[in-house]
Design a binder for this molecule. Structure first.
Ligand code: SF4
Ligand code: SF4
Length: 151
């Protein structure tokens, strides 16, 4: 008789807090959207924060991943390394960011690669910067590149 039982073990992101995850689990949570690697502007007088469509010079605009991930903070000193205890303080993380969603008790989206099983689903769903961001060298004045879609 065939075994009709199914493996109903919930995935790690549903059973462990961000702080409890292994380094591998933590890294796998990044959906590869690349939105957090866009330059942001914050106006001193109002404190308002805006995204631009200008990508950090190390962002690969094809796969939307950091091209020098291991050494990124030496190469780009203001690159922020996410930490479990800091996620809630980083108000510039996009609303779709997996770390932000889980920190707020929300589920991952259907297009998240961990959910879909397909690393390209984030791009296919139009949730990444692919095709929408421009390289730093092509940007003149950041204020001219403000966009609302990443937030
Ligand atoms: S916004 Fe979040 S999920 Fe998207 S690339 Fe950045 S860290 Fe990863
Ligand atoms: S250094 Fe890498 S991880 Fe940091 S902002 Fe630039 S592309 Fe993103």
């Amino acid at each position: 008789m065939p075994d009709e039982t199914t493996d109903a073990t919930p995935p790690f992101w549903q059973t462990r807090t961000l702080a409890e995850m292994t380094p591998e689990e933590w890294e796998s949570l990044c959906d590869g959207c690349g939105k957090c690697c866009l330059h942001k502007l914050q106006y001193e007088d109002t404190g308002e924060l805006y995204y631009t469509n200008v990508a950090c010079r190390l962002l690969d605009l094809g796969n939307c991943r950091c091209s020098r991930y291991e050494t990124r903070q030496k190469l780009v000193p203001d690159c922020v390394a996410l930490r479990a205890d800091k996620v809630m303080e980083l108000n510039w993380l996009p609303s779709t960011c997996a770390y932000r969603l889980l920190a707020n008790g929300q589920p991952l989206a259907w297009w998240h690669p961990l959910v879909s099983g397909d690393p390209d689903s984030v791009h296919a769903a139009g949730q990444s910067v692919r095709g929408r961001a421009i390289p730093e060298r092509k940007a003149d004045i950041l204020d001219h590149h403000i966009v609302t879609w990443p937030a």
